[in-house]
Design a protein around this ligand. Sequence first.
Ligand SMILES: Cc1cc2nc3c(=O)[nH]c(=O)nc-3n(C[C@H](O)[C@H](O)[C@H](O)COP(=O)(O)OP(=O)(O)OC[C@H]3O[C@@H](n4cnc5c(N)ncnc54)[C@H](O)[C@@H]3O)c2cc1C
Length: 529
Amino acid sequence: MRLWNGWGDDKVTYPLPAGAVRALAAWVGPGVPPRDAAWEDVLAAVPPSRLPAHPLVSTEPAGRLRHARGQSLPDWVALRSGRIAAFPDGVAYPSDAAGVRDLLRYAAAVGARVIPYGGGTSVVGHVNPLPGADPVLTVDLGRMNALLGMDEASGLATFGAGVAGPDMEAALRAHGCTLGHFPQSFEYSTLGGWIATRGSGQQSLYYGRIERLFAGGRLEAPAGTLVLPPFPASAAGPDLRELVLGSEGRLGLLTEATVRVTPLPEREEFVGLFFPDFGRGCDAVRQILQARLPLAMLRLSTAPETATTLALAGHERLLGALEQLLAVRGLGPDKCMLILGCTGRRAVVHAARGEALGIARRHGGVYVGPTFGRQWHKSRFRTPYLRNTLWEMGYAIDTLETATAWANVPRMIAAVEGALRAALEAAGERTHIFTHLSHLYPYGSSLYTTYLFRLAPDPEETLHRWQQMKAAASRAIVDCGGTISHQHGVGIDHAPYLEAEKGALGMGVIRELCAFLDPGGVMNPGKMV
Ligand SMILES: Cc1cc2nc3c(=O)[nH]c(=O)nc-3n(C[C@H](O)[C@H](O)[C@H](O)COP(=O)(O)OP(=O)(O)OC[C@H]3O[C@@H](n4cnc5c(N)ncnc54)[C@H](O)[C@@H]3O)c2cc1C
């Protein structure tokens, strides 16, 4: 069963090797396991619903508690401490577009605010009800998860927008296809959520971000139904798909989406390399990208992230042998790891990998074979379970991300990491911080920073520490000329920084768009703008 106050399936565990436990204590100090609130106690605190009865709406407390928060760090603090400021008054589970329209009419009649809910994996507060006088209706699209149509000749598949990653890929596999969108939250996140947050999968270099995969669909807005035909291309004025991408539930509910699928690849390979330092790694990946090789993934870790990955891996004999090999080749403590992925036809994979390794070697890259790449691929959806283990040991872990031009990458990493570190030093605590380049483009890169710190004895203090760090890092991103989000979206946590990149006029356009499709302002208010 899915955990109500953590990540994932309650039967999956992620024990840490002894060396990793020692490393954590050395990085930030020993953790003190927190006393988490019990399910029964939090359930008993769910207030009575303010919604009148409707056949599609459940007001039972367990469902309302399970839909109260997403997966951001403030969400974790709220769920684990039981201090949850607001709950949805009801959760609806429609199974078709007619049901969704009926719910919108009901919400208008009873004065309720509406939150579309996919998999609830948002990490920026997208799905959280905000305290207020109006009742809140969360609409869970999980029952709208069927494959509705398949045009194999054109590589177009139409799904109910509530389909989760594994169900979608299983349905496509039966037709010999894949969408190729693999966010780390793949297990639970949904097609509608990917589109509404403008997300990015780990192999976006090959398959594209969701904006390239989203061909069309149907949005039920309070003002009516917006139908987006899946043209291969069109010059008929502005592309209305762009309005729905990243709309974060503010414009309406996406009930179905047509996506561009690809035949299952003949071959997929993930291999590991090490560079003497981050600068040379960056030079190599930039040249690889600018050569436009058909690769699926490049993931370049900084030296601290490389050291952290190796420390958490636990295989001490294997790692000892690796260190020796790299030392012989002149790589020391500044070494940086690159995972390189190739996907597609066998001959193309072979040629692309050969070309990429050739460029890497010219920048001092040392190829260490498929072990690290395979291990990354095997555990890529398991890594989030580490959050549960760390929390239970007394540590919080969070991530933040941005994207910027290549010339700005080193300055951005220094600014974000520096801001995080300084913000917690004020509380007399240490952070462990590391970064990798996760989605790379010929003209720039996304940066993905992870920061780990100790839980405070009081959950309010943990939240306060996080707020200080998040604000400092977000300000650093904006000041350094990065986007406030490359893939997680805006939600609540990034909303104060949006105007810095959109400008006053741009914010006005977004507000007018919301007001046009949702004149009553009922759709997910308080998020994004
Ligand atoms: C461990 C972990 C790893 C992650 N890794 C990645 C990653 O690799 N790449 C990435 O891009 N993101 C990642 N995320 C963030 C998150 O998974 C994405 O934002 C995801 O796209 C959210 O999908 P969801 O279905 O869970 O949406 P939800 O969290 O349920 O909703 C997110 C937003 O979308 C809106 N929405 C959802 N469905 C619809 C719909 N049908 N119609 C209209 N609006 C809708 C909601 O109202 C809300 O505003 C990760 C999160 C976690 C917890």
